[in-house]
Design a binder for this molecule. Structure first.
Ligand code: HPA
Length: 283
């Protein structure tokens, strides 16, 4: 039987890219972080940074979205070796799910066991307010697509990956505990991943709410599926930048998303720093 060739060389392509990155840095990271819209500033705080434009990394998709810088930064945060994606490609830009998630494949081949994903999202839970941070407890894949569609790459993981604990329970508890220590009233909930690029209609938000979603966004789900496929432990934090459509009289705009993300930057950065420090102590 002939298979689509789209996936057949994924393992070797990701392996070659991993080698390029290994050659570019002295120390390999233990944690990878993906920073969402307006949340990329943390990458500028790394100690001894080595930044590489996505355009220079074989196979990395280059995002065109405003507010997403598009570089990979290696360095130390709270004395932990990390690699940060400052900006990410999105499915709605036209990249395939496999392209969107290629960086995560590379991280797994760099033997990175932990992935922290962050994003901006609309609040579907009426108890949320813009500026809230939400620990992602689980997700709903409403994109209608999967990055694992097609022949399975057994070298990465099984055909039918378990998704019982897609956002690791211990890491979630760790985030909650560091947030409490900082007096941050962090929320927790289910992230509904949409294909975009429109914001949702009020009816779509009502549907998400009915089926258990607390926040809506246009990223994260593909990367988390692939990280789980590769056996990585995942933690996720959403920044609730706006109330989702129908929950406030205000119209939605990317400017509002970036403005709110900017306002919570310090809180967000504080939580992430302490989380990384706690994670570092647990190794
Ligand atoms: N919907 C989808 N994606 C988003 C939103 C939203 O309301 N806010 C920020 N990203």
């Amino acid at each position: 039987m002939s298979h689509p060739t789209e996936t057949s060389d994924l393992y070797s392509r990701a392996g070659k890219t991993a080698q390029v990155l290994r050659d570019a840095v002295d120390t390999l990271p233990q944690v990878a972080m993906i920073l969402g819209s307006g949340l990329g500033a943390l990458a500028d705080e790394l100690v001894d940074p080595v930044a590489i434009d996505y355009a220079e990394i074989p196979g990395f998709p280059v995002s065109q979205v405003q507010g997403h810088a598009g570089q990979l930064v290696f360095g130390r945060l709270e004395d932990v070796d990390v690699v940060v994606m400052q900006g990410r490609a999105h499915y709605y830009e036209g990249w395939s799910m496999r392209e969107v998630t290629f960086p995560v494949r590379v991280f797994s081949l760099l033997d990175i066991d932990y992935l922290l994903v962050t994003n901006s999202a609309g609040g579907a839970d009426p108890d949320f307010v813009p500026g809230d941070l939400m620990i992602i407890s689980d997700h709903l894949n409403f994109t209608g697509a999967s990055p694992l569609r097609g022949p399975n790459e057994e070298d990465f993981g099984p055909r039918f990956p378990d998704m019982t604990d897609p956002y690791d329970g211990e890491l979630r508890a760790m985030i909650r505990s560091v947030a409490t220590s900082l007096d941050v009233d962090i929320k927790e909930g289910v992230y509904a991943g949409m294909a975009g690029p429109t914001y949702e209609t009020p009816a779509e938000v009502a549907m998400v709410r009915t089926v258990g979603g607390d926040a809506v966004g246009m990223s994260t789900v593909p990367e988390v599926i692939v990280a789980n496929h590769c056996g990585m432990k995942v933690a996720g934090i959403s920044c609730i930048t706006n109330m989702a459509a129908g929950l406030s009289a205000q119209k939605l705009s990317h400017d509002e998303v970036k403005e709110t993300a900017d306002l919570v930057r310090e809180t967000f950065t504080g939580v992430i720093r302490r989380f990384i420090a706690a994670l570092g102590r647990s190794f």
